[in-house]
Ligand binder design. Sequence first.
Ligand SMILES: NC(=O)c1ccc[n+]([C@@H]2O[C@H](COP(=O)([O-])OP(=O)(O)OC[C@H]3O[C@@H](n4cnc5c(N)ncnc54)[C@H](OP(=O)(O)O)[C@@H]3O)[C@@H](O)[C@H]2O)c1
Length: 261
Amino acid sequence: MSDRNEFLHKYGPVALVTGASAGIGGSFAEALAARGFNLVLAARRREMEEQARQLEARHGVRVTVCQSDLTEASAVPHILAATAALDIGLVVSNAGYGFRGDHASHDPADLTGMMMVNCLAPMLLAHGFTPRLRARGRGGIIFTSSVEALLGMPGSAAYAASKGFVNRLGEGLWAELRPDNIDVLTLCPGATATDALRRAGMNAATTPNVQSPDEVARLALENIANGPVYLSNPHYEAMFKQLLAMPPREALTAMAGAQKK
Ligand SMILES: NC(=O)c1ccc[n+]([C@@H]2O[C@H](COP(=O)([O-])OP(=O)(O)OC[C@H]3O[C@@H](n4cnc5c(N)ncnc54)[C@H](OP(=O)(O)O)[C@@H]3O)[C@@H](O)[C@H]2O)c1
């Protein structure tokens, strides 16, 4: 079997991508369609219908849309029900976002919504899909986390904490599902040129060491069997290696100082 066919055999024929309407999730959808996967795209935007038709036309695959708002408790049960008849072999739990700035300045309702999307949704999706993946004897789960998961982050405290949750979840499931031939990869991107970067007030053109979402998605798929945790950006990998070698008080104080510059 060719590498492409082997990949499709293990993780196909259908992949679910959350946060598929833009950014890294959009790139996952494109890359998986190019590898011959049928797809379920999940996010809020109505424009996903047009995105689905374009993916079908470009790659000759079948793409369905599951419009869902992951801040709502009904969203994960809705996705599980809508995909019940599909042979999903790969779950890409990618939707997420953060807020920058002083923790006390954020609206509690916004913080709660972020935790629903970043933490509860990936945890409940994994809970719902694990028996289905086990029953088929092969498959994978990719969680999009962040390098911010690796250490507390002044100026991004709740987002970093939410991604810390994702890393611990992914690590545990990696070991739990290995005997079932299910690969779990927790992807930790650094700065990536998406709308999220723009919303954080950064300009992709002038920020050093930014990766494109296409590169992040491609590297994650190439490294799906190299879990539990995968840092896609070598610059951030080196930076966090240094930070994690420091006493936490020093590392956190240095980061707080860098934020003020
Ligand atoms: N960009 C970076 O620098 C960076 C770095 C590290 C980690 N990450 C992580 O990478 C992942 C993707 O981020 P991105 O940079 O690609 O951001 P993005 O371009 O803003 O895309 C975010 C995706 O999440 C979906 N989403 C947001 N809120 C949602 C909700 N309430 N319900 C359902 N879907 C929702 C959005 O779709 P709709 O708006 O259509 O709902 C969109 O498809 C996130 O988990 C993020 O934390 C990004």
